[in-house]
Design a protein. Structure first.
Length: 196
């Protein structure tokens, strides 16, 4: 069954050329389109939005145009591939700033009230978190506990209602060599074909 897929490239560098992440996303998008899935792709590096500094910045009237664009893409999507490079154990700050804007109360979840926890508003969608890193993936997962990914999955995506949320960690990107990179590109192409 064809899916509507949103790919968000969370790398903050405006020049994608020196990075492996765009090639992985190209492979995923190629596989998805070849299988008949509809694909929309956004890059955090090209979106314009200010930092949130107060509760008033979260008011719907203060939603920046590029954040509204991301929200519209999320609303239309069945599946979200959220991809980023690992920086200090977490997503880059620019990506987190965008997610704070986009997954705001009233869009991603109901505003919590006294004794009433927030309710998800983006249910019925799945997500896949793709993370590239210089360290071996097993070290990030087992030694460091992958806390940045866990927080993203549980608190941001989980609160909004995304289920299931899968994770793929691509480690040692600077040293895996041509063969290792090609194997990862094939895996991402297959994931895109499957729409997951």
């Amino acid at each position: 069954m064809a899916r509507r897929i949103l790919i968000l490239d969370g790398h903050p560098d405006r020049d994608p050329a020196p990075h492996f992440l765009p090639a992985l996303l190209d492979a995923y998008a190629d596989g998805a389109r070849a299988a008949g899935h509809e694909v929309e792709r956004l890059r955090v590096a090209t979106l314009d939005f200010p930092w949130l500094r107060s509760g008033g910045d979260w008011e719907p009237a203060n939603t920046p145009a590029d954040v509204t664009r991301l929200q519209a893409a999320l609303t239309a999507a069945d599946h979200w591939l959220l991809a980023y490079p690992l920086w200090f154990g977490n997503p880059p700050a620019l990506l987190l700033g965008l997610l704070e804007h986009a997954l705001r109360p009233g869009f991603a979840f109901t505003p919590p009230g006294p004794g009433a926890p927030p309710k998800p508003l983006l249910g019925g969608r799945s997500a896949h978190v793709l993370v590239t890193m210089n360290m071996p993936a097993f070290a990030y997962r087992w030694y460091f506990g992958a806390h940045g990914v866990k927080t993203l999955r549980r608190h941001l995506l989980g609160t909004a209602g995304f289920r299931p949320v899968r994770t793929t960690l691509v480690g040692s990107v600077l040293t895996i060599g041509t063969g290792g990179r090609e194997r990862w590109l094939q895996r991402l192409r297959a994931m895109g074909t499957e729409g997951r």
